[in-house]
Design a protein around this ligand. Structure first.
Ligand code: ATP
Ligand code: MG
Length: 406
């Protein structure tokens, strides 16, 4: 089997080989190439120690020396080059206590999570597939390398990764692996929020977010997303998965779609617990907050809604709402969407930012700074939301004078 590698990856491998070391592309890039999917990045595994790798290349970054990883810069690209290693005994199912370098590719492949992720490749030797990865790719199965219970006890994150890969690839989970997932799912509670969040995000932004249902059946969501189990009890979970599939694979959108039935508060506390960035949390929260608001198709009402919801959130809100909508509602949302597009195309004013008068203008006219000023600006904006033609300095100053009794 021949895999097409980027020139940079080939150069990294051949430079290491020229110095007498072994080197291979490994893991996700090999799996994705075999599946004719575009790999995100090309990881290299080598018999050279980190300091030996640094001697071979002029431009390197020490990314994870304690794990044996050196990043090699090649033109605009970068490659993580990791020394063959065995993970030492695991402490508390979280981190290997120590990393032991080894001279054997086989040992390095053996410590990897799933057979489909445990293949290596270079042009000279072709595919190195010691654990049946190729046959599992053909059978579309996620299966642990070695004894599943043992492997999940070493690192419980692998339990969630099994479902994440099955969602990304549309694969099943081998029965022995699934049995071990079910048995050990509760141990996911030992894993840090950041690692859980990264895998959960990959699952939800995959082409099959509805595979979250499998995580539910296997007892995983009970530990990492109990809100979803509550939704299943209340019969709202399936609609949420259906909706998640229909919004674009964007983190905040997918989480908003999945968590809408749980409510804004529950969603925010979950996303905080998973240590998401404030921007993602705020976006998801604002979408959920406005999911039940009434939407009218009248242009003035749409401008009012855009103002209240926020220009940044409004289009996202329409997206999640139409993902939840039945046919009739969906036609109505379509008409609101058309209204919204006209507002954008014509650059109609929907916020104080583009109002033709500013606070300063109103002060110049004699309005006192403070709450009265805010109220007057708001009143002027409402004139304009009602009728965009009124967004002129002339009209709004006259309007303000009327208010101020001048
Ligand atoms: P992606 O395309 O999502 O990056 P990937 O297969 O590259 O998929 P990574 O999480 O980047 O996944 O990990 C790279 C490789 O390292 C995996 O293919 C696997 O061989 C190994 N690996 C990663 N995490 C673990 C783990 N927790 N336990 C065992 N092996 C792992
Ligand atoms: Mg990767």
């Amino acid at each position: 089997m021949k895999i097409r590698m980027p020139a940079g990856a080939r150069a990294v491998i051949s430079s290491l080989q020229a110095r007498g070391y072994e080197a291979y592309a490994v893991g996700g890039c090999v799996r994705d190439s075999v599946l004719s999917r575009e790999p995100d990045d090309w990881d290299i595994t080598t018999s050279a120690s980190p300091s030996e790798v640094k001697e071979v290349f002029t431009r390197t970054v020490d990314t994870g020396l304690q794990h044996g990883t050196v990043t090699v810069l090649m033109g605009k690209d970068q490659y993580e080059v990791t020394t063959y290693r065995i993970d030492g005994e695991y402490e508390d199912g979280r981190h290997p206590k120590e990393v032991i370098f080894t001279a054997s590719l086989k040992e390095d492949l053996k410590r990897r999570d799933f057979t489909i992720n445990a293949m290596a490749y270079n042009d000279d030797e072709g595919l190195v597939d010691l654990f049946g990865g190729m046959s599992d790719l053909q059978r579309k199965l996620v299966r642990c390398v070695g004894e599943p219970t043992e492997r999940f006890s070493e690192d419980a994150l692998r339990i969630l990764r099994a479902v994440r890969f099955s969602a990304q690839l549309g694969f099943g989970i081998h029965s022995d692996t699934a049995d071990a997932v079910r048995k050990l799912a509760p141990t996911l509670s030992k894993i840090s929020a950041e690692r859980i969040a990264a895998e959960l995000t990959k699952l939800l932004i995959s082409p099959r977010p509805e595979y979250l249902y499998r995580a539910y059946e296997l007892g995983i969501t009970r530990v990492v997303l109990p809100e979803f189990d509550r939704m299943m009890e209340q019969k709202t979970g399936e609609a949420a998965l259906h909706a998640a599939k229909r919004v674009r694979p964007v983190r905040a959108l997918r989480f908003a779609a999945v968590l809408y039935p749980a409510g804004e508060q529950a969603a925010v506390s979950l996303l905080r617990r998973l240590k998401f960035d404030n921007d993602t949390i705020r976006t998801a929260a604002r979408i959920i907050r406005h999911m039940d608001r009434q939407l009218c198709e009248d242009p003035a009402a749409v401008r009012q809604a855009v103002y209240e919801v926020g220009e940044d959130i409004f289009p996202l809100l329409l997206e999640v709402r139409s993902a939840y909508a039945d046919e009739k509602t969906s036609q109505q949302i379509q008409r609101v969407q058309e209204c919204y597009e006209t507002i954008c195309r014509e650059g109609q004013c929907v916020s104080l930012k583009t109002l033709a008068v500013t606070g300063r203008d109103l002060i110049r006219l004699g309005c006192r700074p403070g709450p009265a000023l805010g109220e007057l600006l708001e009143a002027a904006l409402h004139e304009v939301l009602d009728d965009p033609e009124k967004n002129t300095k002339e009209y709004l100053e006259a309007f303000a004078k009327g208010h101020l009794g001048i």
